[in-house]
Write a protein that binds this ligand. Sequence first.
Ligand SMILES: Nc1ncnc2c1ncn2[C@@H]1O[C@H](COP(=O)(O)OP(=O)(O)O)[C@@H](O)[C@H]1O
Ligand SMILES: [Mg+2]
Length: 364
Amino acid sequence: MDDSRDDPLQAVRGALAVAWGLSPRAQFSPLGNGLINRTLLMRDEDGRQRVLQCLNANVFPDPAMVMRNCRAVTSHLGRERAAGRYAYSVLELVPTLAGESALVLPDGTWWRMYDHVPDTHTCDAADDPAMTRAAARAFAAFAAALAGLPAGSIGEVIPEFHDPVSRFRSYQTARQADRAGRVAECVAECESADRFAGLLPQWQALIRRGLPSRITHNDCKLNNLLFDDRGEATCVVDLDTVMPGSLLFDFGDMARTMLSPVPEDSVDLAEVRVRRDHFAALAAGYVEGCGNLLTPLEREHLVFGARLVTGVIALRFLADHLDGDRYFRITHPAHNLERARNQWALFAALDRDAGALQSLVPAG
Ligand SMILES: Nc1ncnc2c1ncn2[C@@H]1O[C@H](COP(=O)(O)OP(=O)(O)O)[C@@H](O)[C@H]1O
Ligand SMILES: [Mg+2]
């Protein structure tokens, strides 16, 4: 019987088994709530568990660069851990039998395998400030441990990924083109975008003042961190976007995803706010995890980073809505607009509270 329509993995299962020496009876099941790659848990007959991922070619145009970066990051972190300078577990790539770190199939898909980190779980939202603090500390320690990697050893896998100037330009292009004929219905959201543009000169001034470029994670969402059964953060995952960036973006991404009590697509805008206790936990964990990495310029602009990243994602949701929903996955036609409204509400809340929040950042 041909069951390949029910099991899209059917066509590649044999090739994966040969490449990694798996038994024909190895079982595959979906793992986690990641939105980018296709992630599977592989259980072999002998009890071995591994994580198999198919890289998303739409998001990563140069998978070879992604894999070079992953190798450089995991081996550097492994050395840091062995030397006692990094306290967290490190993802381990499992090479194919031929010694390659990924398998490229004839259909052009890229597959790679990591050791499964046992007895861990991920969370999509933080209810307890202690979890926010643990997450911030882990992502900060990750960036601090990567500070010793020579700058040129990590490629820019998605050029200008968080760059606010380039993201604003793309939004302007989408607004001008009005491809889906939606600009007229988005007047208030476009006004928010114009207000956001007021931050750009300050961002450019920060770069001129020497804001450091560092190797950062660039996708510091809570579900990119494995927690053990005692609730301790144990391992940073999802290394594909590790590239040169700013600590302000990593901190900002965490602020954007962990401070509001409701998810980014909630339409209950009255609920969108900055939870002070979570902000205090985030700032304390981040400063602690960074050790002496954080310069005064970075420390003083962490809340600015939160405003910037939140505004950038609001711009991206809005631009995608104006463009006719070509990038973010949606479940209904207004989905991206609802996300944009939610993120502009969070942006406004951060703006309003910026001074008070920045005063909660510990001196380090
Ligand atoms: N090595 C691993 N051990 C255990 N769980 C993992 C491992 N790698 C990934 N996961 C789980 O799979 C999910 C998706 O993986 P991730 O690399 O974040 O993919 P995506 O880029 O799609 O977000 C993670 O959120 C986590 O729950
Ligand atoms: Mg992920």
